[in-house]
Design a protein around this ligand. Structure first.
Ligand code: ZN
Ligand code: FE
Length: 280
């Protein structure tokens, strides 16, 4: 294990999200990031007894957290088929054979799962949280997100990152642009749980196009402080992303001028930013 992972775990396992999601029905509900690989987070929601994990790319750190917190795994949520999001599922199912797995209907999986898309809603029974599903083609064609309107939670996999967005492995810029716009219209206080810690790098990319955006500069400063202390930069909020994420700001005049594309459409701006970010 790289030192940074061991280092983070103590901080992370005491990290408690004390936002709006903790209501009278769920006063014990907590969401914890489990660091995996180089920069993945496996988000774990628990009520002190049962839990759900999102995109478990690796089983070992999840099993370690479950043992430490004395939790039973009841549900696994999958956003898309990439190995760093599903690699731990089979081993977790061996340890917890009754756990339900939800995964995108448009993608193939070799483990037992319930196939879902935007026409479905699911309920995490033990945790008492209903989620609606959003289809978000772009990073992969089947990519989905899990959104709880009641608790203002969004698990968006590799579609929306802190100040950035996922690469276009399967979809077109137009598809990804529309997927991001679906997230942009969610309530501004929705907590955004992305799967990768890319925020600092994304912020320096964003600052090339909006060097005078105060919210962007402030976010860079506060993110440097968090990361310096080994604390995740996530969850973010839709409000913060709208103010600082260039991929949600394709109508911004300053970005258009910086790209020297003053008469381009928003999708053309998005496409150009995504292409530049691929090489940044
Ligand atoms: Zn991915
Ligand atoms: Fe990923």
């Amino acid at each position: 294990m790289p030192a940074v992972v061991a280092d983070l775990s103590d901080t992370l396992l005491t990290f408690e999200y004390t936002g709006q999601m903790i209501d009278s029905m769920n006063h014990n509900l907590q969401i914890i990031p489990i660091p995996a690989f180089k920069d993945n987070y496996i988000w774990l929601m628990h009520n002190g007894a049962q839990c759900t994990v999102v995109d478990p790319g690796d089983a070992a750190p999840v099993i370690e957290a479950l043992k430490r917190l004395n939790l039973i795994l009841t549900t696994i949520l999958i956003t898309h088929h990439h190995h760093d999001h599903i690699g731990g599922v089979t081993e977790l199912l061996e340890a917890f054979p009754k756990a339900l797995v939800y995964a995108p209907a448009l993608e193939q999986y070799d483990f037992n799962h319930i196939a879902i898309n935007e026409t479905n809603t699911i309920e995490l029974k033990d945790l008492n949280i209903p989620f609606t599903i959003l289809d978000l083609p772009g990073h992969t064609l089947g990519h989905i997100a899990y959104y709880s309107a009641a608790h203002k939670l969004l698990f968006c996999g590799d579609t929306l990152f802190g100040a950035g967005c996922g690469r276009l492995f399967e979809g077109t810029p137009t598809q990804m642009y529309h997927s991001l716009q679906k997230l942009a219209v969610l309530p501004s206080n929705t907590a955004v749980y992305s799967t990768h810690e890319y925020t600092l790098h994304n912020l320096s990319f964003a600052l090339m196009f909006e060097p005078h955006n105060h919210k962007l500069l402030n976010r860079q400063k506060s993110t440097q402080e968090l990361r310096g202390a080994g604390i995740p930069s996530l969850p973010s909020t839709i409000e913060l992303e709208l103010a600082t994420n260039p991929f949600l700001r394709c109508n911004n005049k300053e970005i258009h001028s910086a790209l020297k594309l003053t008469s381009a459409t928003e999708i053309e701006i998005f496409s150009k930013l995504r292409e530049l970010r691929n090489h940044y």
